[in-house]
Design a protein around this ligand. Structure first.
Ligand code: AMP
Length: 426
C-alpha cells in the first residue's frame, strides 16, 4: 500500500514511525514532513492545505490511502474533496467529512451536537454581533470564572478564562467587534467553568464501530507547575492513573457511544480519530472539547503503547470492520517531554544545530517536531522541536529517562519542563 501522510509535527513523526512498521506499507510519503519523518519515508514539499497539489501527487504516485495528521486539511474538507473527484474517490481518507470535522472546527457546532445527544458538557450560550447586547447582559450576571471561546479554529488560542466581569465583557467585545481571533471569533461560546483534572481519550471509528486507544494526559502551559502561556503541549503521559476501569466505563457509556451513534444517526460521515478532551469533575467525565484528529504530544505516548499494526486498523476503518479488531496496549507506561526553542510560544529563533540525539531503542524514541535537515545536520525549525518518549514498567522511571535524554540533547536555547507527570509522582 502507498500512503500519503499530511503534516509535519511530532504527531506525524510518531504516525510515520508506526505505519512504516506495517508489512502492508510499501511507499510512505509525508507532506511536508520534518527531519524525523524522512527516516521512515519520503518527505514531499506540499502544504497540507494545497488540495490540488495533493491530488496530483496522489495520482502520480498511485496513493492507496490518505492519512491527514492535523485538523487543517480536515476542517477545510479534504475528505469531501477526495470523494467528489472521480480520480480520487477510490482512495480512503482516514478522517471525518467536512461536517464531521466541525466537531473541532466550530465550538458552537460541537456544543449543539452534545446537547442534542445528551452528552455531558459545561452549560453554555452562543452569541454573535446580532445578539451582542444580550451577550453582555448574560456575561454580567454569569458566575465567575467565565469561559469565553471563539467559535472557530484559533490555533489553540481562542479560549479565555477570566474571573472578572469587566474583563469578560472586554474580551467578548474584542472577539466580536475587533476580530481578535479573526473570523474564528465572530461567534463566541460562553460557558460554565468546570473544576477538575483533564485527560485525553482517543477513539478510532469507522462510523459505526469504534475502538478506544490508550488514554493520555498532556501539559499545555509553558512553565513548571502549569504556569505561564498556553502552548501546543509540553509533554504527556500514558496511561492516565485516574482513568480506572470504572471511570472509562462512564466515559464510554455517557460520551463515546452517544458521540459515535449521534454522528451515524445524523448521517455525518466520520472514518477516523476522535479526540475527546475530558475533565473529571468529582468522578464524572465531561467533554471540554472534541478534536477531529490525534493530539500532539499525546500521539507520542499513545502510538508507542499501541501494539496493533496501525495500517491493519486503518484498513478495518476503510471496510467498516473495526468491530473485528482488538486493540492491544503495551502494559508499560509512556512519558514524553517536549524540547522547545527559547521564547516559545512567543517569538523564537530557528536554524540552531541539534546534536547528541540518541538512536531509538525499544524503551526510548525521539520524535521530531519543528526540525529540518540541512545536509547531514539537523536544525531547529519551530517552537516545539522534538519530543523524547520513554517506556518503562513504572511512569516515574519513564519520566526520569525522558528527562535525562532531554538534558543530553543539545541545541542553543533549549528549554523543557522538568515536571511533566508531577501529579502522578510520589
Ligand atoms: P479548549 O480549546 O476548548 O480545549 O480549551 C482550552 C483549555 O481551556 C482546556 O484544555 C481547559 O484547560 C480550559 N477550559 C476550556 N473550557 C473549560 C471549562 N468549561 N471549564 C474549565 N476549563 C476549561
Amino acid at each position: 500500500m502507498n500512503i500519503l501522510l499530511l503534516g509535519s509535527g511530532g504527531r506525524e513523526h510518531a504516525l510515520a514511525w508506526k505505519m512504516a512498521q506495517s508489512a502492508a506499507c510499501e511507499q510512505l510519503y509525508i507532506a511536508p514532513g520534518n527531519a524525523g519523518t524522512a527516516a521512515h519515508g519520503t518527505n514531499v514539499n506540499i502544504a497540507v492545505s494545497d488540495f490540488e497539489q495533493i491530488k496530483a501527487f496522489c495520482i502520480d504516485n498511485k496513493i492507496d490511502m490518505l492519512v491527514p495528521g492535523s485538523e487543517e486539511p480536515l476542517v477545510l474538507g479534504i475528505y469531501d474533496f477526495f470523494k467528489a473527484d472521480a480520480a480520487l474517490q477510490h482512495i480512503p481518507v482516514i478522517g471525518p467529512s467536512k461536517v464531521g470535522a466541525q466537531l473541532e472546527g466550530s465550538k458552537a457546532f460541537a456544543k449543539q451536537f452534545m446537547l442534542r445527544h445528551q452528552i455531558p458538557t459545561a452549560s453554555y450560550r452562543e452569541f454573535d454581533e446580532s445578539t451582542f447586547d444580550e451577550g453582555v447582559a448574560y456575561l454580567r450576571q454569569h458566575p465567575v470564572p467565565i469561559v469565553l471561546k471563539a467559535d472557530g479554529l484559533a490555533a489553540g488560542k481562542g479560549v479565555v478564562i477570566t474571573s472578572s466581569h469587566d474583563e469578560a465583557v472586554a474580551e467578548f467585545e474584542e472577539m466580536i467587534r475587533s476580530a481578535k481571533f479573526g473570523d474564528a471569533g465572530k461567534k463566541v461560546v460562553i460557558e460554565q467553568f468546570l473544576t477538575g483534572i483533564e485527560l485525553s481519550v482517543f477513539v478510532l471509528t469507522d462510523g459505526k464501530n469504534y475502538k478506544i486507544l490508550p488514554t493520555a494526559k498532556d501539559y499545555k502551559r509553558i512553565g513548571e507547575g502549569d504556569t505561564g502561556l498556553n502552548t501546543g503541549g509540553m509533554g504527556a503521559v500514558s496511561p492516565v492513573p485516574f482513568a480506572t476501569g470504572a471511570f472509562m466505563q462512564q466515559v464510554e457509556d455517557s460520551i463515546i457511544r452517544p458521540t459515535v451513534a449521534g454522528l451515524a444517526k445524523e448521517g455525518i460521515i466520520y472514518h477516523g480519530f476522535i479526540f475527546f478532551g475530558l475533565i473529571n469533575v468529582e468522578g464524572a467525565p465531561y467533554v471540554i472539547e472534541y478534536n477531529c484528529r490525534m493530539g500532539d504530544p499525546e500521539t507520542e505516548v499513545v502510538i508507542p503503547r499501541l501494539q496493533n499494526d496501525l495500517l491493519e486498523l486503518f484498513t478495518a476503518v476503510q471496510h467498516g470492520q473495526l468491530d473485528a479488531a482488538t486493540v492491544a496496549e503495551d502494559p508499560r507506561a509512556a512519558a514524553t517531554v517536549m524540547l522547545v526553542s527559547k521564547g516559545y510560544p512567543e517569538a523564537y529563533e530557528k536554524g540552531k544545530a541539534i546534536t547528541e540525539v540518541p538512536s531509538p531503542t525499544k524503551d526510548q524514541l525521539v520524535f521530531h517536531a519543528g526540525t529540518k535537515a540541512d545536509g547531514s545536520k539537523v536544525l531547529t525549525n519551530g517552537g516545539r522541536v522534538m519530543a523524547v518518549t520513554s517506556l518503562a514498567g513504572d511512569l516515574q522511571i519513564a519520566l526520569a529517562h525522558s528527562r535525562q535524554t532531554a538534558e543530553a540533547i543539545q541545541f542553543e536555547g533549549k528549554y523543557y519542563r522538568r515536571d511533566i507527570g508531577y501529579e502522578f509522582i510520589s
